[in-house]
Design a protein around this ligand. Sequence first.
Ligand code: ASP
Length: 430
Amino acid sequence: MKKIWSWYLQKSFMTKMTAGFVLGIIAGLILGPQSEMFGPLGELFLKLLKMVVLPLILLSLIVAVNHSNPKELGRIGAKIFPFYIIATGISVCVGIMLAKLTNPGVGLTLPTDVEVVAPEKPSFLSILMNMVPSNIFEAFVAGDVLSVVFVAVVVGLSFLYLRHSGNEEQQAMGELLLKVTNAGNEATMKLLNGILQYAPIGIFGITAQTIGHQGVDTLIVLGKFVGTSYLGVILLLTVVFPIFLKLAGVRVIKFYRDIKEAVFTSFVTCSSLGTLPLTIKCAEKAGINERVAKLTLPIGATVNMNGTALRFGVAVVFAAEIMGITLSVPELATIVIIGTMAAVGTAGVPGAGLIGMSIVFTQAGLPIEIVALTAGVNVLLDMAFTCGNVTGDLVGAKVVDQSERRAERKAAALAAQRGDATVSQASTTE
Ligand code: ASP
């Protein structure tokens, strides 16, 4: 047993994950619905990941805030949010354009035997207001990530101000609080490392259950829709994101090699939030400054949904084709805006995109029964879209990191120049 364990430990993480995935597919194909019995293995993995998400966000954000300053926080925010909005808007456009080429809905009819209730669209103001919890503990109990991010930033700022206060006693308190938080953060990372040892088994469980359950019949009917969605995500990963990365001066292949574990995990878990601990780890590998990664990634996992946005684009054309409607350019432009907003409002958890899709359809005046039509293949779709979401978060973090580094280099060069000028001025005066 000891031998097997040390053999297991020696294998690279990616090899073990791939093995778990491939074995899961085989088990799912052979056992069909019976592969349900492996479900608990996957559920355990997701539960363990979710268990560390909130402490990780809280502790690592407090530490990150303390390693920066309020000015830097504002600057990073001013860079990452425009990235999220632009990348999300582009993703909806890619989805629309691609679906216009592949016509995934042509030849399909509207199902009549399903009933769906349209959810209410959250307004931008309500998203912002909901970020501020009236009860900190409630935010944690509800697992409300944006509220936890808010709490972490303000608590982090209070530590920062204590540490830089003119009062020595307050300074000492601030340092002590930060030290304890730092220790907690390290302990959480250790916990995460332990959980990741279990990851390949969890991946096996999730894959076996998904493959075993996915009805081949629905897949054939919706094959074009699924194919267009996968093609869209491939386009995001191989064309759209590389353009952003190239513009920021990043070596694309190396970057993808560094983040592959997070991308792979997001594909299998269908959860940006569940993948977050790994996303943060991979960001470190990709050379993203810890501060930038820890400040942007938890927010990205909740608001930046590039894959989900692509889904909305594909789905709207899909639904319009089923209904025999041709959407005009202004209508499509409106859908890009609605899709972007709905993607921002979509939670980073499995299946959340279906709710977002209902919101987009309601706003666009399309029948939400079509949402139910795609529900049968949602797990397969969710895998690809979540992959697009997590990759987009990491691309955003990398782009901001590059821009921060450039600014730092510029400032250093300017300081050096000023230093030279002072020295030469001094020598002329001499
Ligand atoms: N599952 C996706 C995510 O976690 C969200 C979605 O359903 O589109 O990023």
